[in-house]
Design a protein around this ligand. Structure first.
Ligand SMILES: NC(=O)c1ccc[n+]([C@@H]2O[C@H](COP(=O)([O-])OP(=O)(O)OC[C@H]3O[C@@H](n4cnc5c(N)ncnc54)[C@H](O)[C@@H]3O)[C@@H](O)[C@H]2O)c1
Length: 382
């Protein structure tokens, strides 16, 4: 295949059309947990004329009220917990679960059991068992459960999937991915990311889930079969890495994780993620196939692309490299994630990011944690 033909196949980025919104029915919406990410949810939801934000909940007294005041939530009712909100808001259509990870499962299950559609933030949960409970509640309720991976709307993420799915790489047998920060343990808003009681998992759940979604989504979410994992937490014990010395005694999650995962279809996934390390990046994302290879240059965080993609292939018997320029993003990916969820609720569509897929993401994270604790490879039974 000539080089320009290959390029033509992957040309063309976002074409955003302004869709008319039917405002005859307003989706009554609540937000559970009014911390850092809830602001992004509120900002997006406020743009939608067919959404009415009716209620906010937070465990910390006065936090939801201060949040509403600061970001202009409008005329909303306040509750002391997600459960309280669900119990009292009888006409509620949907909630965003924006709590720390340990509360994703109880809040999501309670909402679904009470007939409320759920957008839950990433990672889906802390353990695989929790993710399975959430999925069971979703299937039994017939409501929508979508998981908050806004990079799905990123043009690079879509382009990588298009290339991988095109067959141009042949049979894919090996994928390397992950990412990492050199000095980036998240503590600007307190300790909810670094304590087991609130976060449950560290870098693996915070940014590792994004790297995993990046490649698994491109591959079509093959089932993971076995996991050999490693986690450590050396840097969270250093005051200068946390910003505040008083946090050192609180840190008890992973700040580095790695895994060697066998996927259905004879694909090996080699993955690593870090919040802190003495290295700029643990490497690019690469896909190796029998007909071609794809390099996605690393970023300084988790996955996605730090530059143009390169396709390695042969023309005749000559090795050729084709640079595939990145497509431009248009619009805001967070808006797109919430718009797709609201549409799925409104029109009875499939969840935009489904539990059927993300269960596999969570199974890998859970497998890495268990394998690391037990010091041996784990067989997943999904
Ligand atoms: N998609 C993204 O880009 C993105 C970015 C940052 C964080 N996140 C995810 O969002 C989640 C929240 O992160 P954050 O930084 O906003 O955390 P945060 O600690 O700032 O806020 C969480 C809030 O939830 C409240 N809460 C916990 N349990 C509750 C319950 N049962 N009922 C009501 N309120 C409850 C807490 O009191 C807290 O105020 C995490 O899971 C994180 O991984 C996603």
């Amino acid at each position: 295949m000539a080089e320009d033909n290959i390029l033509n196949r992957f040309e063309g980025g976002a074409v955003e059309e302004d869709k008319a919104v039917d405002t005859s029915k307003k989706i009554k919406y609540g937000i559970i947990g009014t911390g850092w990410i809830a602001e992004a949810h509120l900002k997006s939801l406020k743009k939608f004329e067919d959404v009415e934000i009716v209620a906010l909940a937070d465990l910390i007294p006065g936090k939801a009220e201060a949040f509403a005041e600061k970001y202009g939530a409008g005329n909303v009712r306040f509750y002391a917990s997600g459960k309280d909100l669900i119990d009292n808001e009888k006409d509620l259509d949907a909630v965003s679960v924006c709590t720390y990870n340990m509360q994703h499962c109880p809040c999501t299950v309670y909402a679904l059991e009470h007939g409320v559609n759920v957008m839950v933030e990433k990672p889906m949960s802390v353990t695989l068992e929790e993710a399975l409970q959430m999925q069971k509640a979703e299937k039994e309720s017939g409501k929508v459960l979508s998981i908050g991976f806004q990079p799905r709307y990123d043009e690079t993420v879509k382009q990588v999937k298009k290339i991988v799915q095109s067959g141009v790489l042949g049979k894919i047998y090996y994928v390397q991915t992950g990412g990492g920060r050199r000095h980036g343990i998240p503590t600007p808003y307190g300790t909810t990311f670094i304590e087991k009681d609130t976060a449950g998992i560290g870098a693996l759940g915070d940014i590792g889930c994004y790297s995993l979604d990046f490649v698994l989504n491109a591959l079509g979410y093959p089932k993971p079969l076995t996991v050999s994992g490693y986690t450590s937490g050396f840097f969270g014990k250093k005051a200068d890495y946390l910003g505040k010395p008083e946090y050192v005694d609180k840190f008890n999650v992973d700040d580095f994780g790695a895994g060697f995962i066998r996927l259905e279809g004879g694909i090996i996934l080699d993955f690593r993620i870090s919040w802190a390390m003495h290295m700029d990046s643990p490497g690019d994302t690469i896909f190796l196939g029998t007909e071609g290879g794809l390099r996605v240059p690393a970023t300084d965080a988790w996955a996605n692309a730090g530059g143009d993609l390169t396709l390695y292939h042969n023309v005749g018997d000559k090795p050729v490299e084709t640079v595939i320029p990145l497509n431009e993003n248009r619009g805001d990916n967070f808006d797109k994630k919430l718009r797709a969820f609201v549409d799925s609720v409104k029109y009875g569509l499939e969840a935009p990011v489904s539990s059927d897929e993300i269960i596999y993401n969570q199974a890998i994270i859970d497998g890495i944690m268990r394998s690391s604790a037990e010091g041996k490879e784990i067989t997943l039974d999904l």
